[in-house]
Design a protein around this ligand. Structure first.
Ligand SMILES: Nc1nc2c(ncn2[C@@H]2O[C@H](COP(=O)(O)OP(=O)(O)O)[C@@H](O)[C@H]2O)c(=O)[nH]1
Ligand SMILES: [Mg+2]
Length: 289
């Protein structure tokens, strides 16, 4: 039996959350074309005969600008500590070596596989060669592989490579749970994803979601959630004219939550203004950061 923690690191937008979802075969982590969508460390468990892999998605590595960012980088650090294997994810279109400094600064103790993602977007396969050559010569890299997380290409080879570095051991988690995080967390994340989809520019970055209630009734699940923003004007935007935007948000989120939990959902959303919540320790703790 093999078992261990395989943690995914990389710059914002490299495709870390997409890769986690593709490896697990379920949507565990929200994805968006915007940077800094992922704020937590999200563990997802892959149970197969002969092995258990606990994958962790992490926030993209950035220079912290406010306290929320510091919490996000703490999530990255905790993933560094328990990694048995690191997947260092790079957008294959980036200039050779652009992520190199970040990876060096991680001071990894675990072995690392360098994963070049988004190869579907390269025009010529030769474009990969320079990247592969560069990273193969770095001491912290054990192996290099090109994949497309979006098109699920190269994932079987990646899994084989992962298994060669996975330690022998008994499973860390029993049962068939996909994650160590509660359902409330995933519901909040789905709502956050829709906010990233529907609203432009800075608004999603000023927003968080707190699921207040998740009650299983006989025929449906009743969920109520607060959408937290920093300013009154932002509340107005989320509500929209005559409540148009929040209704649309509610519908999109409800559909995905129903698909995720496989049950009918009644979803209630409230918008609350909490000035400067991103820099307030008490609020950050209350909202799960
Ligand atoms: N074309 C292409 N797009 C990808 C691939 N992987 C991720 N993306 C896209 O890149 C964007 C960022 O992905 P996400 O997983 O949120 O990146 P993260 O910030 O590293 O977690 C999203 O729009 C994804 O659909 C890939 O292999 N090919
Ligand atoms: Mg992400």
């Amino acid at each position: 039996m093999k078992a261990g923690f395989v943690n995914i690191f990389g710059k914002p937008n490299a495709g870390k959350s997409t890769l986690l979802n593709a490896l697990i075969g379920e949507k565990m982590a929200i994805v968006s074309p915007k940077v800094q969508t992922t704020r937590h460390r999200i563990k997802a468990i892959l149970n197969e005969p002969g092995y258990q892999i606990i994958f962790s998605d992490t926030p993209g590595i950035i220079e912290p600008k406010y306290k929320l960012h510091e919490k996000m980088m703490q999530a990255v650090r905790s993933s560094l500590e328990d990694a048995d294997l690191a997947l260092l994810l790079v957008d294959a279109r980036e200039p050779v070596g652009e992520s190199h400094e970040i990876f060096q600064s991680l001071r990894l103790k675990a072995p690392a596989i360098l994963v070049l993602n988004k190869t579907d977007l390269l025009k010529k396969p030769a474009e990969l060669d320079a990247l592969i050559a560069f990273y193969k010569s770095q001491p912290y890299v054990k192996d290099v592989i090109g994949i497309s997380a979006l098109e699920k290409k190269g994932l079987e080879t990646l899994l084989e490579k992962i298994l060669t570095y996975l330690p022998e051991g008994e499973p860390f988690y029993q049962g068939d749970d996909l994650s160590d995080l509660p359902m409330k967390f995933f519901v909040g994340e789905i709502i956050r994803e829709k906010i990233f989809q529907l609203f432009q520019e800075e608004l999603p970055y000023h927003t968080t979601v707190l699921v207040q209630a998740f009650k299983e009734k006989s025929t449906l699940v009743k969920i109520s959630a607060d959408i937290i923003v920093q300013r009154e004007t932002q509340k107005g935007i989320i509500l929209g004219e005559g409540g148009k935007m929040i209704r649309q948000l509610g519908t999109l989120a409800r559909q995905d939550i129903e698909a995720f939990i496989g049950q009918k959902v009644f979803l209630e959303l409230f918008v609350k203004v909490r000035p400067k919540w991103r820099d307030n320790d008490l609020y950050l703790r209350e909202y799960g950061y």
